[in-house]
Design a protein around this ligand. Structure first.
Ligand code: ZN
Length: 386
C-alpha cells in the first residue's frame, strides 16, 4: 500500500531517464531558472526556491519549466487575440478570478471529502519554546480560518509534538522550524507531493521578524496544502521572485492581487493574506461549504467506566467544553473576543452564555438541544467547576 502510493505519487519523477537528461541540457527555460533561482538545503538535500515558497528538486524544476513555458505561450496567444479561450475580437478580460487549483490529468487535485488533515508541530526543531508556541497558535488560527470558509478540517495532534521522528506516523504532515539563509519565510507542499515531502517548514531567520502577518503566511501555506497554486501565475508574471522588475510583468485584469494565494514577493498582494470573495468561491468549488460540526454530547451514564462516582459533578473540561463547536469558538473569538474552549473565559461570561442558549439565540445556526442547555445550567448552578 505504501509502496503503491509512493509510486503513483512519484510517477512524474523519472530519474536517470536519458530523454530527461537531454531535455535538461537544452531546455532554455530550465537552464535560465537553474541560474536565477536560489537554492535551499533541507536535511542535506538541495532544492530550488521558486515563487517565494515553492521548493523543487531538479526533476521537479524541469516539469515546472515546462509548465511555465506553456503558460507563457498561452498568455502570448491571448494577448495577440488568437487564444483558444478568448477568440479574435475579445479583450483580455475573463470571468472573475478564483483560486487556481493543482490540475492533474485534467482534474483538480483535492483531499477526500471529510478527511481530517492532521499535523503536529515538532517542538524539538524549534529554537525556543516561544517560537514553538507562536507557530502552534498561528497554525491553529490559520486552520480555523480555512475551516470557516470551506469544507475542510484540520487537527493538531499535539501528543505527537514531542515525537522523536521527523515524520511521525499518525499525522499527514509535521510542521518544523528550519534555519536557512534565504528569502523563504515558510514553505509547504501540494496534495500531489510524495509522502516524504509532506511537511511545513518555518524559516527561523525570517518568519518571526517578517513584515507579513504571521497567521496570514500560514493561511497562504495551508492554501498550498489544500491544493491551491499561486494566484500570480495567471498574470504571466515572472517565475523568479524579487530579482525581476515590475516592467517585466504583464498585468491581466482577471487576476486577483488581493488573493490569499498571491505570492508574497514582488511587491504585490497584501501583507495579511486574508480571503477575498473570489477565494471563498474558489475554495468552495473545490471543497464545498464549511462542515457543520455535529454536536458532541458526552455519554453521561454508560457502562464503559465513564462514571467514577463523581457523576454529579459537572466539570468544564469533562462536560462543558465539548458542547462548543469549533465554529462557535471562532465566532465568539471574532465577535466577542473570548475563547469558548477556555475555562476562565467561559466562567466569566457564563451568565450571558446561559441566557443566549436558553433563549435559542446562540448558536446562531440553530438552538442547542434541551439536554445541552440543562447541562450548561447545571454547571453554572453547581459552581462552575473546572
Ligand atoms: Zn506560496
Amino acid at each position: 500500500m505504501t509502496m503503491a502510493t509512493y509510486l503513483s505519487e512519484a510517477s512524474m519523477r523519472v530519474h536517470s531517464d536519458d530523454n530527461l537528461l537531454h531535455e535538461k541540457e537544452v531546455d532554455e527555460t530550465y537552464l535560465r531558472l537553474r541560474n536565477e533561482l536560489s537554492s535551499v538545503e533541507i536535511d542535506g538535500v538541495s532544492f530550488f526556491l521558486a515563487e517565494g515558497d515553492l521548493l523543487f528538486d531538479e526533476d521537479e524544476l524541469l516539469f515546472y519549466a515546462r509548465r511555465r513555458r506553456l503558460a507563457s505561450l498561452r498568455f502570448a496567444e491571448r494577448l495577440i487575440g488568437n487564444g483558444p479561450e478568448l477568440g479574435d475580437a475579445q479583450t483580455v478580460t475573463s470571468g472573475p478570478a478564483e483560486l487556481m487549483g493543482v490540475i492533474r490529468n485534467g482534474r483538480p487535485v483535492r483531499w477526500d471529502a471529510g478527511m481530517l488533515l492532521t499535523y503536529c508541530v515538532l517542538r524539538r526543531t524549534f529554537d525556543s519554546d516561544e517560537n514553538y508556541r507562536t507557530v502552534v497558535a498561528a497554525m491553529d488560527e490559520a486552520a480555523r480560518s480555512w475551516e470557516s470558509i470551506c469544507g475542510v478540517s484540520f487537527a493538531h495532534v499535539s501528543r505527537l509534538d514531542d515525537s522523536a521522528d521527523m515524520k511521525p506516523d499518525g499525522v499527514l504532515y509535521p510542521v518544523r522550524e528550519i534555519s536557512v539563509d534565504s528569502t523563504m519565510v515558510a514553505s509547504a507542499f501540494f496534495p500531489t507531493d510524495a509522502v516524504f515531502r509532506r511537511r511545513m517548514l518555518i524559516n527561523r531567520l525570517r518568519y518571526y521578524t517578517t513584515s507579513f502577518d504571521r497567521v496570514g503566511v500560514l493561511r497562504h501555506e495551508l492554501g498550498h496544502v489544500l491544493g491551491f497554486r499561486h494566484e500570480h501565475i495567471r498574470s504571466g508574471a515572472p517565475a523568479a521572485c524579487g530579482d525581476e522588475s515590475e516592467a517585466n510583468t504583464i498585468p491581466l485584469t482577471a487576476y486577483d492581487p488581493q488573493s490569499v494565494m498571491h505570492y508574497y514577493c514582488g511587491g504585490r498582494g497584501t501583507h495579511l493574506f486574508n480571503f477575498t470573495e473570489n477565494d471563498i468561491i474558489g475554495a468552495q468549488k473545490l471543497y464545498g461549504p464549511p462542515l457543520d460540526d455535529t454536536h458532541v454530547i458526552l455519554p453521561e451514564d454508560t457502562e464503559t467506566g465513564w462514571s467514577d462516582g463523581s457523576e454529579d459533578v459537572v466539570g468544564f473540561e469533562s462536560h462543558i467544553k465539548d458542547l462548543f463547536r469549533q465554529r462557535d469558538r471562532g465566532a465568539m473569538r471574532t465577535f466577542r473576543n473570548f475563547d469558548l474552549w477556555k475555562y476562565e473565559d467561559v466562567k466569566e461570561h457564563a451568565l450571558d452564555i446561559l441566557r443566549e442558549v436558553e433563549g435559542g439565540t446562540m448558536p446562531c445556526d440553530g438552538p442547542w438541544p434541551q439536554s445541552s442547555v440543562d447541562q450548561f445550567k447545571k454547571w453554572v448552578d453547581t459552581g462552575m467547576n473546572p
